[in-house]
Design a protein around this ligand. Structure first.
Ligand code: EPZ
Length: 430
């Protein structure tokens, strides 16, 4: 198993280019099969989840041509199979976006039911509620969701929970469902808007994405398009908190500052200087960080995917902070690992109370999930001594060349897979 080994203590300084948004790209790749013409998508992040979903799309018979690491051409005209193989859902839940895409296009889709994951049970009842409202019969048989309909139609759907996945999945199916669909209590994340813009570039008729009421007028067919994925605000925010936690000075480039507003506001509140440019944001942490309280909320609130990162920064801030996780029921699994590095953190219900300490010390820790794994790397960069992070396959799911980008900012970090390589690193860094 590969690990990261880190020698902490270097302030991160410099500029880093942010890749395309994983959570926009996964939905857009699924939606691209809805046309019978070639779709060209660029600014794709070269991360494991994207590569697995492309295999799943090829697995149902679509033509997938990877032009280069950040560009792909997909043609859905050759799809033979409306059933997605379990091995893909097991690897990435977001394969469930093929449900909405296949149901909308072929009026039939069979996708294995995604299980829970390390951050919560993650039900998909709202997705299924939307498909049924559009006229689909939806059953769960032998662990798979079977959705089919003789005739889909528009519907007035009110989501009981603000769900990114349900909003996007229903929007895809409704794009090809005759009639008008109104989706209320919709998620407003930037990647929801990106998927709506992508579908509209294919000839869909979707209005209101980015607000909590999305109006869709079903069309007959979708056509070819060329599209570029928006920048990943979570990757950008991760590097911004790495700058804050290491007392650094980092500029994240190729970003949309507006998408980072909640993150920027918190960085300023804890004492960082943040400068916004057209497509870049600079974060400087010249003094000891201060405390704050934060609650994760649907966009435009503070993102749940940035919760572990701010917790790490607050673990070495002055004073006591409270971080409340309102989206997922089990997203503090990393707290025990952070405590092993010297953090004073206790989890009570869905809140973590953090008493800031002077410094963290390096230790061997385990990444429990994607964003917590990235946050433990930030902890290692800020800690005194050597940190080894195990199970980095989680991190590689959502961060392109994470260690390479960190090294370009002055971090002492390497990807290793043997005790021999660990010994070599220790000898080199002293
Ligand atoms: C997306 O997950 C992201 N994943 C997550 O990012 C992100 O944390 C989450 O949105 C919230 O922003 C992708 O886009 C691939 P939700 P999703 O449906 O769509 C409940 C990462 O690190 N819910 O908005 O699954 C659910 O349990 C990942 O990149 C229902 O109850 O999230 C949760 O409490 C982690 N019923 C809340 O809604 C449903 O049918 C929000 O979930 C659907 C969701």
């Amino acid at each position: 198993m590969e690990q990261y080994i880190i020698k902490g203590g270097n302030p991160l300084v410099g500029e880093v280019d942010i890749a395309g948004a994983k959570n926009a790209a996964l939905a857009i790749l699924a939606a691209s099969i809805m046309a019978d013409e070639t779709i060209t998508i660029d600014n794709l992040p070269d991360v494991r989840d994207i590569n697995v979903l492309l295999e799943a799309i090829e697995g149902i018979g679509a033509i997938v041509n990877r032009v280069d690491r950040s560009t792909v051409k997909i043609n859905g005209s050759t799809i033979q199979n409306i059933s997605v193989d379990y091995e893909y859902i097991k690897k990435i839940r977001a394969s469930y976006y093929l449900l909405g895409a296949l149901l909308g296009k072929y009026r039939h889709a069979e996708v294995p039911l995604p299980g829970g994951c390390n951050i919560g049970s993650r039900p998909i009842d709202q997705h299924l509620k939307g498909f049924r409202a559009l006229g689909a019969d939806v059953d769960i048989l032998h662990g798979a969701i079977i959705a089919k309909s003789e005739s889909l139609h528009g519907a007035h759907i009110y989501l009981d929970v603000v769900s990114v996945g349900a909003t996007i999945n229903i929007m895809m199916a409704a794009a090809l469902s005759p009639g008008r669909t109104i989706l209320e209590n919709a998620a407003k994340e930037p990647h929801v808007v990106d998927v709506a813009n992508f579908l509209n570039s294919m000839g869909a008729n979707i209005k209101g994405a980015g607000t909590d009421v999305i109006r869709i007028k079903g069309v007959e067919k979708l056509h070819k398009t060329e599209y570029s994925i928006i920048p990943d605000q979570i990757e950008a925010g991760t590097f911004m908190f790495a700058a804050a936690a290491t007392g650094g000075d980092v500029t994240v480039r190729n970003v949309i500052p507006k998408h980072l507003e909640a993150t920027t506001a918190k960085l300023i509140e804890i004492g960082c200087e943040v400068e916004e440019f057209d497509d870049a944001v600079r974060v400087r942490a010249s003094k000891k960080l201060g405390r704050t309280n934060v609650k994760t909320l649907p966009y435009p609130g503070y993102p749940t995917d940035m919760q572990p990162q701010i917790t790490v920064a607050l673990s070495i801030a002055k004073g006591t902070s409270i971080v409340t996780e309102s989206i997922f029921e089990n997203r503090f699994k990393y707290a025990g690992e952070l405590a092993r590095m010297g953090a004073h953190i206790r989890v009570e219900g869905n809140s973590a109370i953090i008493d800031g300490v002077d410094r963290l010390t390096g230790a061997r820790v385990c990444a429990p999930d994607l964003r917590a794994g990235a946050a433990l790397v930030i902890a290692g960069l800020a800690a005194e001594g050597i940190t080894i992070v195990d199970d980095i396959v989680y991190i590689q799911r959502g961060y392109e060349d994470f260690e390479g980008k960190l090294r370009s900012l002055g971090a002492e970090i390497e990807k290793v897979s043997s005790e021999k390589e660990i010994r070599k690193f220790r000898l080199r860094v002293g």
